[in-house]
Design a protein around this ligand. Structure first.
Ligand SMILES: [Zn+2]
Length: 391
């Protein structure tokens, strides 16, 4: 197996690189404790990648079931269907083959096959998770969500005519095995490569400034930011370059490891209504507001500081972010982020992206558990000013 130096950082996870996917699955197949296997994926992916047939071949001695109903921003009803399907077929191992929505769905199915009761009840904290998940393998086919490296999932549900996103955090949601194969990313188009790349950058920067950041998360986040700055534009301009894809896949995984420690912050909280109400891809929603929140956090004062380590500490971290971006001050940092977005073909202003109702974002943009991780306190007026500025 093609191990790299970096693997030593990956405690208790099994990570492989380009081209190793089939060999790796064959190795897993030699373990006789896993029988009925469920592959969770998206219909369009199955055709595009042709990888499903190969995975099926690897598990030839097992019974393989496929659940390919996953859509972006997974709805709770769809996940419930998957859980029901897994229970009916006595599934013992779940493979999530796809982007963040697919891997989140696979993780959720694997856990709630073993935890009965109303699924939303667990997300709303009314039910307690008691049992471990069945074995889950994550095979990301995008470099964005980092979901393969986290103990979080996000689901969507309707209530009173509104769409809500709800995260769930639990150690049993962490995948048991991760397979990183950059070859699976080659089918991504430029727009998708660009938007998911911004999700990686947002995870890494938000983790770095999070009030929960520590030495380990900083290490992951810092390296991830540097890789994105060096390789996202290249990756968008050379879609078939495997080396650039590998770099972005690694950046995504590192950022996933970073937010697994710190969680995301205000940028993600505000991005959710932008995605839900204006149909903006998640990474783009984050990218649109990231520079403004970098500036907002850079202007932190003692009175607005939300990090116990103090305002000086936060300011020094923000200065470090400039360095990782290859600049020296906030204006150049914002310029750098904006020109990166333009160079990968994205528009910077909210209205250019069809976002025309700022009140809706302000009303829905405070996912409290994410906003409170931000180093600077944010109120409605701050958010209004930020959104007006980039409208
Ligand atoms: Zn994200």
């Amino acid at each position: 197996m093609n191990k790299t130096k970096r693997d030593s950082m990956y405690i208790s996870r099994n990570i492989t690189y380009h081209g190793a996917i089939i060999r790796y699955l064959q190795k897993i197949n030699n373990d006789n404790s896993w029988n009925n296997i469920l592959i969770v994926t998206k219909k369009s992916l199955v055709k595009k990648l042709g990888v499903l047939e190969r995975i099926k071949k690897c598990f030839s001695t097992r019974k393989i079931y496929v659940f390919d109903k996953v859509m972006p921003n997974p709805k709770i009803e769809m996940i419930e269907q998957g859980i029901k399907f897994a229970k009916e077929n006595n599934i013992k191992l779940v493979v999530g083959l796809g982007g963040g929505s697919v891997i989140d769905t696979a993780k959720t199915i694997a856990l709630f096959v073993n935890n009965p009761g109303n699924l939303l009840g667990y997300f709303l904290g009314r039910l307690i998770i008691k049992n471990k998940a069945i074995v889950k393998i994550a095979i990301p086919t995008t470099a964005g969500s980092g979901s393969e490296a986290t103990r979080y999932v996000v689901i969507n549900y309707f209530r009173d005519g509104k769409i809500f996103k709800k995260p769930l955090e639990h150690k049993f949601l962490m995948p048991d095995f991760v397979i990183l194969d950059a070859a699976l990313l080659l089918s991504l188009n430029r727009y998708r490569t660009a938007t998911i790349g911004l999700d990686v950058l947002s995870h890494a920067i938000e983790s770095y400034w999070s009030i929960h950041s520590n030495k380990k998360s900083d290490e992951y986040a810092q390296e991830s930011i540097k890789i994105v700055i060096n390789y996202l534009e290249k990756s968008c301009n050379h879609l078939n370059n495997l080396k650039y894809r590998e770099k972005m896949l690694l950046a995504s995984n590192l950022a996933g490891r970073a937010i697994n420690i710190t969680k995301t912050t205000i940028v993600h909280a505000v991005s959710y209504p932008i995605t839900n109400y204006f149909n903006i891809p998640h990474g783009l929603a984050c990218g649109l507001i990231l520079p403004s929140f970098l500036k907002f956090n850079a202007e932190i004062t003692r009175g607005t500081c939300n990090d116990k380590r103090g305002v000086k500490f936060v300011k020094s971290k923000i200065t470090n972010i400039y360095k990782f971006l290859g600049v020296n001050d906030i204006n150049h940092a914002c310029q750098k982020l904006n020109s990166l977005m333009e160079n990968i073909g994205l528009k910077l202003r909210l209205r250019e992206n069809g976002i025309d109702n700022l009140k809706l974002i302000i009303d829905q943009g405070f996912m409290p558990e994410r906003a409170k991780n931000n180093p600077r306190n944010v109120n409605r007026k701050d958010l209004k000013n930020i959104l007006k500025d980039i409208y």
